[in-house]
Write a protein that binds this ligand. Structure first.
Ligand code: ZN
Length: 399
């Protein structure tokens, strides 16, 4: 498909070039000894021959050779380079862009445009040092704000790929006010740095970073989750519970994400009743499987299995889910064990096997932006690289 696009662009560009060359040549009063149209047309037909022989790579190379670099065709060369890069042939893109940079006829604007492209080629090839040098040079020297901003965005992308969060934070200032997604990303970089601090036992530094993350993005669920963990480590369970409570206000979809920590905080505090109350408060707005199952577990522990079956059954009636059904089967089996003092009905085992098998093949998290799904919560989507877009899947086969 990309081959077809690439060839389409080339053929159109050569045809236009051929037409222009012909027109210019025919306008000249004294005919030049070797009009440009002649060599252009020869390459054009050689390329066409390759195409007819189904040799697209040779055809593309011939067309590129035919396409003279001048101020009219710079954009076409840049487009070609981009196409090669997206095809995974960044080395060819480098050739095209370096060839362009060698031309003295480029304007300052075009020169910077090509430098930005070349930096992206280097990034695609994993040559981060060379990309970084080019981008820092454009950022420092360019007279055009558009190019300086573009260079910074690419530098940020590069630092992210290298997990150099501090360098990314050091250069975001001019972008912060204009681009909301940078604020979200920057909050996550602070969280990444805080996680490093926590492993090096610098808790107070981690706490400061997490508060900065919340200043950058007040909706940063991850910062509150990590602050709650820090509070719990210090034995401040009420504080941890309050932090986790804020996550429900920030983003209801992340209630299942914070529930294990919430359960731990209440358990350490020895407050089962408090946990049940908290879950019952969450339930009307967030009738998720993990809320229903945890409520069932609390009822099971304190009021017995029959009461747990009754309540869980009612809640699942309103919000059915595969995970809920799986838990309800556990309760039925437990009830049979208790009442008959024997192994439960084999049909329950069969059903349980089915729900388990169905659940095992279901992803638990999905990116809200690109649809990437997986079994683990990842803060930066590995597919579209957006921060904070992966969330628990809500619905019959999820939460
Ligand atoms: Zn994504």
């Amino acid at each position: 498909m990309l081959d077809a696009v690439l060839l389409g662009v080339l053929v159109a560009a050569i045809a236009i070039g051929f037409g222009l060359g012909y027109r210019q040549a025919s306008r000249r009063i004294t005919p030049s000894p070797a009009p440009p149209s002649r060599s252009l047309s020869r390459d054009y037909f050689v390329g066409l021959n390759y195409l007819l022989d189904e040799k697209p790579d040779k055809a593309i190379n011939t067309f590129i050779h035919a396409l003279e670099v001048n101020s009219d065709t710079v954009d076409t060369h840049i487009t070609l380079g981009k196409l090669f890069r997206t095809r995974g042939e960044a080395d060819k893109a480098v050739n095209i862009h370096q060839n362009l940079l060698a031309r003295p006829s480029l304007s300052a604007w075009q020169n910077e445009q090509v430098q930005l492209e070349l930096a992206q080629d280097f990034m695609a090839l994993g040559l981060h040092d060379r990309a970084q040098r080019l981008l820092q040079q454009t950022d420092a020297d360019s007279q055009h704000q558009t190019h300086r901003m573009a260079a910074r965005r690419l530098l940020i992308d590069l630092f992210e790929r290298e997990k150099d969060w501090q360098s990314a934070l050091d250069i975001i200032q001019p972008l912060l006010e204009q681009q909301a997604d940078i604020q979200v990303a920057a909050a996550h970089w602070q969280c990444e740095l805080a996680a490093d601090d926590m492993t090096q036992a610098s808790r107070s530094l981690a706490k400061r970073r997490l508060k900065k993350a919340l200043q950058l993005d007040p909706q940063c669920v991850r910062a509150n989750l990590m602050l709650a963990e820090l509070a719990m480590d210090n034995g401040r369970y009420a504080n941890a519970i309050a932090r986790l409570g804020r996550i429900a206000e920030q983003d209801q979809a992340h209630i299942p994400t914070m529930l294990p920590a919430l359960q731990r905080a209440y358990r350490y505090a020895g407050d089962d009743a408090g946990f049940t109350r908290h879950l019952l408060e969450l339930l009307p707005d967030a009738p998720y499987t993990s809320v229903i199952v945890r409520l069932g577990e609390m009822t099971h522990r304190h009021d017995g299995v029959e009461r747990a079956i009754e309540q869980t059954g009612e809640r699942l009636e309103a919000s059915p889910s595969l995970g809920g059904l799986d838990y309800l089967l556990d309760l039925y089996m437990e009830s049979q064990r208790q009442s008959q003092r024997q192994t439960p009905d084999s049909r329950l085992f069969l059903l349980k096997r089915h729900t388990r098998a169905l659940l095992e093949n279901r992803p638990r998290y999905r990116c809200q932006r690109c649809g990437f799904s997986g079994d683990m919560l990842i803060w930066q989507c590995p597919s579209c690289r957006q921060w904070g877009s992966v969330k628990p899947i809500i619905g019959v086969d999820g939460e």
